[in-house]
Ligand binder design. Structure first.
Ligand code: 0O2
Length: 222
């Protein structure tokens, strides 16, 4: 069981008058989270295979790191509430696309498109949605390429397609996004959040310029 589901089960069990019944009720949710974890393993393996092959051919890795996570139960509940949806297993599966999340950190912008295209064209992958915040950055300066893909997992009695959100960014975009993420959570306690947002936007422009300059140098080296 993952840490996320483990935390939730402990909380519910401790507060329950009938722990056995509580555990039975939670089982479908625990199963669903396990399916998402399996989907993450599939995507991670696919990306690692691409990385190894690319490294052999080009003598360098197209990405620096991969981080995988299953959304915490509390965040799932918050997102379902925000969407005004009843919290059922079916609704969670049908309406949330980022329960399983993979973040791929690349050195150069062009590698993002190379790796994401190689992943997308694999014949067992269905690309459900592409949000290209690199070619079309958000107004705050956020840049990343987001893919929602479906990947099959093979269980003992069924083959099940699970959705995974794969975010591709450069090291510089990731650095920027982690600081911006802090702004999102601290905004309410800041005196002038708009000034920080403006400064961050300036940084986003510098990050973009640097990414493309680094890419140019990389291409000259090649
Ligand atoms: P967390 O805590 O990172 O998981 P949807 O998921 O489709 O309902 P949305 O906002 O339309 O919601 O999806 P989108 O734009 O693809 O964003 C999904 C994720 O991208 C976010 O997840 C963030 O991880 C990241 N992201 C999007 N915009 C920003 C941004 O402006 N700044 C930063 N730092 N990250 C961003 P969550 O669930 O919002 O948050």
């Amino acid at each position: 069981m993952s840490l996320a589901t483990d935390e939730m089960s402990m909380e519910l069990l401790v507060n329950s008058e009938n722990p056995e019944a509580a555990l039975r009720n939670m089982q479908p949710f625990i199963n669903l989270m396990m399916y998402y974890e399996c989907a993450l393993m599939e995507i991670e393996t696919k990306l690692k295979v691409l990385n190894s092959e690319f490294a052999l051919q080009h003598n360098r890795n197209p990405f620096e790191s991969i981080k995988c996570r299953v959304k915490k139960p509390i965040s799932i509940i918050e997102k379902m509430k925000k969407k005004n949806l009843d919290i059922t297993i079916e609704n969670i599966e049908n309406n949330l696309t980022d329960i399983a999340g993979v973040r791929v950190i690349c050195s150069f912008p062009e590698d993002i498109y190379t790796v994401s295209e190689l992943l997308s064209k694999q014949d067992d992958i269905n690309v459900v949605q592409v949000k290209d915040y690199i070619r079309n950055p958000k107004s705050n300066g956020y840049r990343s390429l987001h893919l929602i893909v479906e990947v099959p997992i093979f269980l003992s009695n069924q083959k099940k397609y699970m959705k995974v959100e794969v975010q591709f960014r450069t090291i510089a975009m990731d650095f920027w996004a982690s600081l911006d993420h802090k702004l999102k959570y601290k905004k309410d306690n800041l005196k002038h959040p708009e000034i920080i947002a403006q400064e961050l936007k300036k940084c986003a422009d510098m990050v973009t310029a640097m990414d493309y300059k680094m890419q140019e140098i990389r291409n000259m080296l090649d």
